[in-house]
Ligand binder design. Structure first.
Ligand SMILES: CC(=O)SCCNC(=O)CCNC(=O)[C@H](O)C(C)(C)COP(=O)(O)OP(=O)(O)OC[C@H]1O[C@@H](n2cnc3c(N)ncnc32)[C@H](O)[C@@H]1OP(=O)(O)O
Ligand SMILES: N[C@@H](CCO)C(=O)O
Length: 304
């Protein structure tokens, strides 16, 4: 949350230059406050796990959030009980006439298919088109980021020779970016994917900026200048044991999968994983909610 201090306090200039959010008395006086409307398009097969992971992060904020869950109506989930979807989820038809402050589009285990082969691709294209005009800021995660970058900007994904699997070190590319406020110089993020997007393709689109990368796992955060869209290639929301569950699943299926890198102490899968990404995950979601959603969204949502 911003610090409200007198406009002319000397600390204001110093803190502003350090990328700390200081709100002037005048701005604070004029700021109207209401709960934020957030829509989560959950494309993961294990929807209940993902709901919990995302809510844990966005719930760690003093803001009141009204959450709406969406699932694609053109895909019948095998792994999430239908009763759960009926009880807690909407489809796009239910909300297409509404406006939202923020939207999160999750990952999905479909990255090895062409986008057009995904059975809800046409529906997703419609939702992503709508998000551009009906949502103040949309955060896309993993496959959701690949899909958004491909649909909005024609950026392709490429198959990797080996799954990017583990916890990787990242750095920030640019100083004084609100989304990156408070990030350490080096921070860690889980990745679990068979495909990648490439810097050279993103650089061809002048309205996009690469905000964070990793020497080992490549591009991490891309944003539309102004913050209306954020694309994140990693899974900072993952629980301590999510990579282990994916690893155990693949081992039990006889798949040739390597131990996730930098995850188990001494790379020994019998040991409990070391969590080194929770602080980063919390900050990323808080910063997005605060600076790209709350501070930018109009009080009257119809003006989005
Ligand atoms: C790159 C990223 O975004 S990573 C994020 C994805 N990560 C994860 O999903 C991790 C957790 N998931 C898993 O462990 C596995 O997917 C499991 C165990 C839930 C199921 O795996 P499997 O039994 O091998 O595959 P299954 O046939 O059930 O399909 C898996 C999912 O792929 C997706 N899928 C598969 N084919 C299609 C298709 N043609 N169109 C759209 N979605 C498809 C679906 O989401 C499907 O699950 P759902 O029907 O519950 O939505
Ligand atoms: N994180 C995914 C990658 C597949 O898209 C999994 O291991 O299931």
């Amino acid at each position: 949350m911003p610090i409200k201090i007198p406009d002319n306090l000397p600390a204001a200039e110093i803190l502003n230059s350090e990328n700390i959010f200081v709100m002037s008395e005048e701005r604070a006086f004029h700021q109207d406050i209401r709960p934020l409307k957030i829509v989560i398009l959950n494309l993961m097969p294990t929807k209940i796990t993902t709901e919990t992971q995302i809510l844990r992060l966005i719930g760690n904020s003093p803001l009141q959030l009204d959450i709406v869950f969406l699932h694609p109506k053109t895909h019948l989930s095998k792994n999430t009980p239908y009763e759960h979807l009926i009880k807690f989820y909407n489809t796009f038809d239910d909300i297409r006439d509404q406006k939202f402050d923020g939207m999160i589009i999750t990952g999905a285990p479909v990255e090895q298919m062409a986008f057009e082969e995904v059975n809800y691709w046409n529906e997703l294209k419609e939702i992503m088109t709508w998000s551009y005009t009906n949502v103040t800021s949309t955060l896309h995660i993993c496959w959701g980021a690949q899909a958004g970058l491909y649909f909005h900007y024609g950026i392709p994904k490429y198959a990797l020779g080996e799954k990017m699997f583990g916890i990787f070190s990242h750095t920030v590319n640019k100083l004084n970016v609100k989304l990156l406020r408070g990030f350490d110089d080096e921070f860690f993020v889980p990745h679990s994917r068979h495909t990648e997007i490439r810097r050279e393709d993103i650089e061809k689109v002048p309205c996009l900026e690469i905000l964070s990368e990793s020497i080992d796992s490549g591009v991490y955060i891309v944003a539309l200048k102004g913050g209306r869209q954020v694309f994140v290639t990693g899974h900072s929301e993952y629980d301590p044991l999510t990579l282990k569950a994916e690893y155990d699943r693949d081992i039990s299926r006889g798949i040739d999968i390597k131990v996730p890198k930098n995850y188990f102490p001494s790379d020994d899968p019998s040991k409990y994983p070391m969590v080194r990404w929770r602080g980063h995950a919390t900050l990323l979601f808080c910063n997005w909610l605060n600076y790209y959603v709350y501070q930018e969204t109009p009080y009257n949502l119809e003006q989005v």
